[in-house]
Design a binder for this molecule. Structure first.
Ligand SMILES: Cc1cc2nc3c(=O)[nH]c(=O)nc-3n(C[C@H](O)[C@H](O)[C@H](O)COP(=O)(O)O)c2cc1C
Length: 209
């Protein structure tokens, strides 16, 4: 039942306590949870930008529909995906897989070719959509991990990707912003923490076939 307690405890935090910071240890745990999230084929094609610079954080607020999280949270993570998938990205992953299993990468050549056939056939737009889906799995894992550590969070789609691209120099990095995760500690003044969870009934969410 711990997972249910955690999920009931968390809420999309609107106002953070700016005097509190996440410990390095807890942040490392959340990063490891993101690292361990499953991805299609295991490729892990996303990058997570950790925004630390105060002037950059300041600029992100108006690009986030005026939401203050960029400027008030202890950690502000921008999940990004590459604008284009390359064969090298797939080879890189195969190298890792071979290395951790102490195997010759050649043994995975068939798997690599299969992934290349499937993934490189996608248009850049379809590839970005496909990678975005996997980012959301990592986001979900991170939200649960944060809740289990009693760290507050806000998943955020409320931002303008083109403005983020300019502020964070994403074009030069070959990335596009997918979703944001703000992490910190709730302010006692955040009234939304008292809202009851509004959720559809389980019987209406599940259909027995
Ligand atoms: C992908 C995604 C994007 C979201 N974007 C925002 C956002 O930009 N700002 C915000 O305050 N909440 C955002 N939310 C939070 C949702 O509004 C919230 O999770 C939902 O209303 C359920 O409430 P709860 O999370 O507090 O239980 C987002 C949630 C998800 C999953």
């Amino acid at each position: 039942m711990k997972i249910i307690e955690d999920l009931k405890w968390r809420y999309a935090t609107k106002k953070y306590d700016t005097t509190k910071s996440i410990s390095d240890k807890d942040f490392e745990t959340i990063k490891e949870a993101i690292q361990l999230a499953p991805t299609s084929y295991g490729l892990q094609l996303f990058k997570v930008l950790e925004i630390d610079a105060a002037d950059v954080k300041q600029k992100l607020v108006p690009a986030s529909w005026g939401q203050e999280q960029a400027n008030t949270t202890s950690k502000y993570l921008v999940f990004c995906v590459p604008k284009q998938v390359t064969a090298e990205m797939i080879d890189e992953y195969v190298e890792i897989k071979a290395q951790v299993n102490d195997k010759d990468p050649e043994l995975f050549a068939g798997y690599a070719d299969f992934m290349k056939m499937k993934v490189l056939a996608l248009s850049n737009e379809d590839a970005v959509n496909w990678m975005n889906k996997q980012v959301y799995i990592a986001l979900g894992v991170a939200l649960s991990a944060a809740a289990s550590l009693r760290i507050d969070s806000t998943p955020m789609e409320g931002f303008e990707a083109d403005k983020y691209a300019t502020i964070l120099d994403l074009k030069q990095k070959g990335l596009t912003a997918a979703v944001v995760l703000a992490l910190g500690y709730r302010s006692s003044e955040d009234i939304t923490q008292h809202d009851k969870k509004a959720r559809r009934l389980i019987k209406d969410l599940f259909i027995q076939v």
